[in-house]
Design a protein around this ligand. Sequence first.
Ligand code: NAD
Ligand code: DAU
Length: 342
Amino acid sequence: MKKIIVTGGAGFIGSNFVHYVVNNHPEIHVTVLDKLTYAGNKENLVGLPSNQVKLVVGDIADAELVDKLVQETDAVVHYAAESHNDNSLNDPFPFVQTNIIGTYTLIEACRKHNIRYHHVSTDEVYGDLPLREDLPEYGEGVGEKFTAETPYNPSSPYSSTKAGSDLLVKAWVRSFGLKATISNCSNNYGPYQHIEKFIPRQITNVLSGITPKLYGEGKNVRDWIHTNDHSSAVWAILTKGRIGETYLIGADGEEDNKTVIELILELMGQSKDAYEHVQDRSGHDLRYAIDSTKLREELGWEPEFTDFRSGLVDTIQWYTDNQEWWKSEKELIESNYAKQGQ
Ligand code: NAD
Ligand code: DAU
């Protein structure tokens, strides 16, 4: 493998993956295909060597463009998506268009040219698990986490379009022999994450003198993983994964939202209760938790950045040092949230 296409490589996780490839595999040429929506930013790729990374600004649903690029590559790693649940509740159409039609366009081109395809997806396709506190101390469901066998049960327009795209890939593997793998990862954090998302929103709220916002009571649990660990896992699956298989990516990082917001406040020198409760998200998933045994045992992958506290310290430092990266968007993001009572 010498050349790969990374769709969505100017977004949060895609750009971290491009940095990971450049830092660890200088022999690989990366073509980033990205539409540069509100969530994409060329700045995420600044400083990368121009002889190794090329940005093509375009839509993954543009069949002609995709066909031309795919026939010149060895593999496609597909990150591009509409990715934010709250946006999907306000306007689902772009999610259907990009996540479903976009994925369809890519896998059709990969099928035609017999190209290796890796599909980046989310644990949200499985719906949610009950909160541990609502389960009996011992007994059914207590140790339950998502595995590749968990039935699909998505809750939001975002997660249902991701589920739809996963199912397209599974069908293309079975019926057309597409050389594909799928990964379903839990919540990422780290540098370059758009400030609409929970952790960067609260960090940039504090830096802007805005009160941090917690949805509902904040009991919902997310299974946090540093985005660098997501990148190393995707690389392992791309290079060593078995075709047709699904691998779940997670780093045993379960935390409830209240704990996370309090930790951010503490690490930023604020009072731990200096936040406000705002309107809860409609259909809000309660808890995600990943069982990544298959990935660890089969491909020998292990996460490196498992100290959440120190990962948050670094992330806070990054948003503090890179205010020009997010400042111009802050007012618009917050005024849109305010219209929803959030
Ligand atoms: P993001 O919103 O930060 O970035 C998405 C990128 O895709 C942007 O650069 C955007 O410009 C690009 N894009 C959107 N529509 C496009 C189109 N039609 N054509 C070309 N490019 C387009 O998203 P993210 O958080 O980095 O997520 C990346 C992928 O990882 C998504 O597939 C998401 O479902 C998946 N994922 C995310 C998480 C998470 O915690 N954020 C966890 C698991 C999986
Ligand atoms: O699990 C993987 C998924 O994680 C990815 O597939 C999605 O692309 C990604 O956006 C993320 O989805 P979430 O909905 O879990 O992430 P978000 O950052 O939007 O919210 C995390 C939690 O924090 C969630 O329970 C809602 C809550 N929240 C969010 C915001 C923006 C708040 O309490 N306050 C907020 O201001």
